[in-house]
Design a protein around this ligand. Structure first.
Ligand code: FEO
Length: 399
């Protein structure tokens, strides 16, 4: 894509990665974008770059506006290589002596990534850079989501260049929030939060508080991935405020895999039991639902119910994969329960119980529900009633 002017003299010179389908275990069915921003003023600044593979496209985009050697400053808000991979090409072409602005941790981390002696300028939180008519302020955003993360605020037009925060893994020809269906945009943002930002919910709250304390307001929020917020940036600020707190809605997510259909039958009966008590439920078979979509559904659910058959004295591999992924994201303050069928050793239920308890889920009971081989009438009733028990626990939590 060609550069797009997003404000007077400010361009998005980033690229679309249409073909990426997996981003660190997160499914990206439409691809993603690596946004980078060029500010044309008395001094010219480039904010962030792109993945190494797209560096030539970035260079082409910039040179449609200005020769590379005219760039005065490069600002690296974040070291992760989807935003810094183009730095070696850019620094080589604009001149290695040009100042590279980053956080103190950014300096440390960029040096370890690229082993280059660039002219680093490690900024203090709140430090300013005057470009002429425009002035930039650097805001430390440590652990949102890397130690080096910072944001850059442009005062005149109140534009926040927000690095990974407030983004979405979405690639399209749309560039702004008023060009895309609002519900779809919020869903992409929610998925991004649930799979990338959730672990750093505390840092989100700190950031929102410090923005509030500093009296900052934004006319535009420009993340490094996806769509730019200009119609109403408060939508994403409010969503982050909500998602970064524990959320309780009348909803359960039932995640499972099955070997000979018995655990699936149990899952279906459990879902029926949950619904019978007026609680919403999302049944999510791990063979047909991606782990990152499950995390998205879990974000506003009150309870997680996990089902696995016992395979070789263990849980099913897909279930294990999901638990590992979820453990890293640390969802907080949710109820949990587990179930599964077994042949002669019901080890999976014990393992599920212990894994979920170790992740600080509040277990609805200590045993879970296990049924040997194939559920008969008694097993079907027990599963239905287990669903009702789960629903009642959710209703009790919400009282
Ligand atoms: Fe989009 Fe943390 O990089």
């Amino acid at each position: 894509m060609h550069p797009i002017q997003i404000a007077d003299g400010i361009y998005d010179v980033g690229v679309n990665d249409w073909n990426v389908r997996d981003f660190h275990g997160y499914s990206t069915p439409t691809g993603t974008t690596y946004n980078a921003f060029l500010i044309m003023d008395e001094k010219i600044a480039l904010i962030d770059t792109v993945k190494k593979e797209f560096a030539n496209q970035l260079i082409k985009n910039i040179t449609e506006i200005v020769p590379l050697e005219k760039i005065d400053y490069v600002i690296s808000n974040h070291t992760e290589m989807d935003h810094s991979g183009g730095l070696p090409s850019i620094m080589h072409r604009i001149g290695k002596d040009k100042p590279l602005y980053c956080s103190k941790m950014g300096h440390k981390n960029l040096a370890m990534h690229y082993r280059n002696k660039w002219n680093y300028h490690a900024v203090e939180n709140g430090e300013e850079l005057n470009l002429g008519k425009r002035q930039l302020t650097f805001l430390e955003a440590r652990m949102l989501h890397w130690p080096d993360s910072m944001l850059t605020y442009e005062k005149t037009d109140k534009i926040l260049f927000s690095s990974d925060a407030f983004g979405q893994h979405y690639a399209g020809y749309e560039k702004f929030d008023d060009q895309i269906d609002a519900e779809s945009l919020l869903h992409h943002s929610k998925k991004y939060f649930a799979n990338i930002i959730l672990l750093y919910a505390g840092q989100v709250q700190k950031l929102l508080k410090s923005v509030n304390d500093m009296g900052l307001s934004f006319n535009m929020i420009c993340p490094d991935h996806g769509i730019i917020w200009r119609k109403n940036p408060n939508i994403i600020l409010d969503a982050y405020a909500q998602w970064s707190e524990p959320i309780y809605t009348k909803k359960a997510v039932v995640v499972y895999d099955t070997m000979w259909q018995s655990t699936k039958i149990m899952a279906e009966q459990i879902c029926e039991g949950i619904v019978s008590e007026g609680v919403n439920v999302r049944p999510m078979n791990l063979r047909t639902n991606h782990r990152s979509d499950i995390m998205t559904e879990l974000l506003d659910a009150s309870a997680l119910v996990v089902g696995s058959p016992t395979l070789n004295n263990n849980v099913y591999p897909t279930v294990s994969d999901f638990l590992t992924y979820m453990k890293g994201l640390r969802p907080q303050n949710k109820l949990a329960a587990c179930f599964g069928s077994y042949g002669w050793n019901g080890a999976s239920i014990k393992i599920l119980n212990s894994e979920l308890a170790s992740m600080k889920f509040k277990m609805i009971d200590e045993t879970g529900l296990k049924i040997q081989y194939v559920p008969g009438e008694k097993g079907l009733n027990a599963s239905y009633e287990y669903g009702q028990t789960i629903a009642k626990a959710i209703c009790h939590l919400l009282q």
